[in-house]
Design a protein around this ligand. Structure first.
Ligand code: 8YV
Length: 318
C-alpha cells in the first residue's frame, strides 16, 4: 500500500511504516501542503495521514480512486467531509484521548493568563517600561471561587472541569446533552443563555458543527457580564471575530483568550493582535512533545492496522 504523510514528522515514525508500505512524506515541517501538491501526491495513495490544514473534501476524495483511509493528526476532523467519506466507505481516524489532559491544561492556562494579564505584564518588563509600582498596576481578575461556564462537555471539557474544581470554582456547562461525568463532578447543566449570562469565564472546548458555527456572536457577547472573560480552544469558526473585537473595544466583556482563529495562520494585520485584552495563541492546545508523540504514534498504529487489513483503534464514528 502507498501512504502519504502531509507534513514532515520524526524519521523513526516514518520508518515504522516503511517496512510495510511505500511512504511519501511532504518535506515541510511547518508550511501546509499546497492544494495542487496535495491533490497530485495523494492521487495514487491508499492512506493519507493528514493535518487540520488539509481540506479533505469531495474533490480530494473523487480525485483519488485508491483512497482507503484518511488518518487525521488531530482529535477534530472539521477539515474532512465525513458524510462524503462515509458514502464512499473511506475510513476516517482521529487522535482522541491522548491529547485530552494536555489540551485541558492549555485551556486552564489561558484562563489564568488572561485573567491575570500575564502577557501584558511580561511585555511591560521586557520593553523596559517597568518604572514603578502602583496599587492597580496590571491588576487583573481573581479566578478562584468564580463561576466557569464550559461550552462543550466532552473529554476535554470534563478534564478542564476537574482543574476548575481544584480552584474552588463553581462549574456549569452547556452541551448537546447532559453529561454523567460532569454530573458526577458536581457541574451543573445550564441553557446556553444562562451560561452566557451567569458565568465569569466562558470557555469554548466544543468541536465545530453546523449548529455551533458563529454561535459566539454579537448577541452572545451582549449577554455576557461586563467582567466576563471569553476563552476559545475549540475552533475559530465558533466565533464571529469582528463581534468579539467590538465586545472588547466597547467593554461589553473584560477580556478574551483564543488559541484558535478563523483563518489560521494569521499575519500581523489581524485586528486581535493590537488589542491588549485579547491573548492570541497559535493553536497550541495539544502542543507538548509527549502529546504530539502520542498523537503521531496513534496515527502510525492506525495506519499499520489498516495496511494489515485490521480494524483501526480510533475510527471516527459516522
Ligand atoms: C491539533 C486540534 O492536534 O486535535 C485537534 O483537533 O485542534 C489540535 O490539537 C493540531 O492542530 C494538529 O493538527
Amino acid at each position: 500500500m502507498k501512504v502519504l504523510i502531509t507534513r514532515s514528522i520524526t524519521k523513526h515514525y516514518v520508518e515504522q511504516l516503511e517496512s510495510i508500505a511505500e511512504v511519501e512524506v511532504y518535506p515541510e515541517t511547518i508550511k501546509p501542503m499546497p492544494r495542487e501538491a496535495l491533490l497530485e501526491s495523494s492521487k495514487d495513495k491508499s492512506i493519507i495521514i493528514s493535518m487540520l490544514s488539509d481540506n479533505i473534501d469531495r474533490e480530494f476524495m473523487d480525485n483519488n480512486p485508491d483512497l482507503k483511509a484518511v488518518i487525521n493528526l488531530a482529535v477534530g476532523y472539521d477539515n474532512i467531509d465525513i458524510d462524503y467519506a462515509s458514502s464512499k466507505d473511506i475510513i476516517i481516524c482521529n487522535t482522541p484521548d491522548v491529547l485530552t489532559e494536555t489540551t485541558a491544561e492549555l485551556a486552564f492556562t489561558l484562563m489564568l493568563v488572561t485573567a491575570r494579564r500575564i502577557i501584558e505584564a511580561n511585555e511591560l518588563v521586557k520593553e523596559g517600561n517597568w518604572v514603578g509600582w502602583s496599587p492597580y498596576l496590571l491588576a487583573g481578575l481573581d479566578v478562584y471561587k468564580k463561576t466557569v461556564g464550559i461550552f462543550g462537555m466532552g473529554n476535554i471539557g470534563t478534564a478542564l472541569a476537574k482543574r476548575c474544581i481544584g480552584l474552588n470554582m463553581h462549574v456549569q456547562y452547556h452541551n448537546r446533552s447532559e453529561s454523567e461525568a460532569a454530573k458526577a463532578l458536581g457541574a451543573n447543566y445550564v441553557s446556553f443563555d444562562e451560561l452566557l449570562e451567569t458565568s465569569d469565564f466562558i470557555i469554548c472546548t466544543a468541536p465545530l458543527t453546523n449548529e455551533t458555527k458563529n454561535i459566539f456572536n454579537k448577541d452572545a457577547f451582549k449577554k455576557m457580564k461586563s467582567s466576563a472573560i471569553f476563552i476559545n480552544i475549540g475552533r475559530g469558526g465558533h466565533v464571529v471575530e469582528n463581534d468579539l473585537l467590538e465586545a472588547i473595544q466597547n467593554e461589553e466583556i473584560y477580556a478574551a483568550g483564543v488559541d484558535v482563529l478563523n483563518n489560521e495562520p494569521v499575519g500581523k494585520e489581524h485586528p486581535f493582535l493590537s488589542e491588549k485584552r485579547i491573548t492570541v495563541l497559535p493553536h497550541i492546545g495539544s502542543a507538548t512533545v509527549d502529546t504530539r508523540n502520542a498523537m503521531i504514534e496513534l496515527c502510525i498504529k492506525n495506519a499499520k492496522l489498516i495496511i494489515e487489513d485490521k480494524k483501526p483503534v480510533s475510527e471516527v464514528k459516522k
